[in-house]
Design a protein around this ligand. Sequence first.
Ligand code: GRF
Length: 227
Amino acid sequence: MSPRGKLKLVVLISGRGTNLTALAQACRDERLEAEIVLVISDQSQASGLDGARNLGLPTAVIEAKEFADRALFEAALAQAIDKNGAELLLLAGFMRILSAEFVQRYAGRVLNIHPSLLPKYKGLHTHRRVLESAEREHGVSVHFVTGELDGGPVICQARVPVYPGDTEQALAARVLLQEHRIYPMVVGLIAAGRLALSGTRILLDGRVLQAPLSEDAPHEKDLQRRG
Ligand code: GRF
């Protein structure tokens, strides 16, 4: 990581890219000392690519179907990432599982945002599964990526309530608002040199983080106090 200057980010997307936009805006507003040097999509039709171009960000499309196997696809990804001097990789709705070898190559330098309170609800369709299980709370996690799917050390979580009669869409929207808040915040801590992965532990200001940072929205804390 650069001792001076802005942290170089590569953001990997597959879809609409609202987290990408939130990150880009935080960079632009100088809320974090970072710059997005490349946006990579594994889907040429991803609408997030349009958003990235509108923000003036460099983009690349690297589609797995163009390569004979995953190793070659990941080699192309790595080449694009390394060419741009990326220091931190941010998965933001990137719908492809990266191999343990790829993750190891960038150990401690890959983050993901996952729409659940990990370790609960790893994988897909989290909002639907939360509603089916009649949970009373749900949320989002930002975590370091390891070889285990949605399984790396969790840095930060934000909780939201689940209301009676919630639809999947309503719940997803409530979670997404928190995603846009906490992803830039976590990247900001890393850019400031305050947070890092050391082995399997997260260090914040030189101390081992014992539990994920909790960044619940204020009104949710109020609800909990009353409840
Ligand atoms: C988000 O819900 C994120 O948590 C998950 O994929 C979704 C991406 O949304 N990993 P967007 O493309 O950033 O709008």
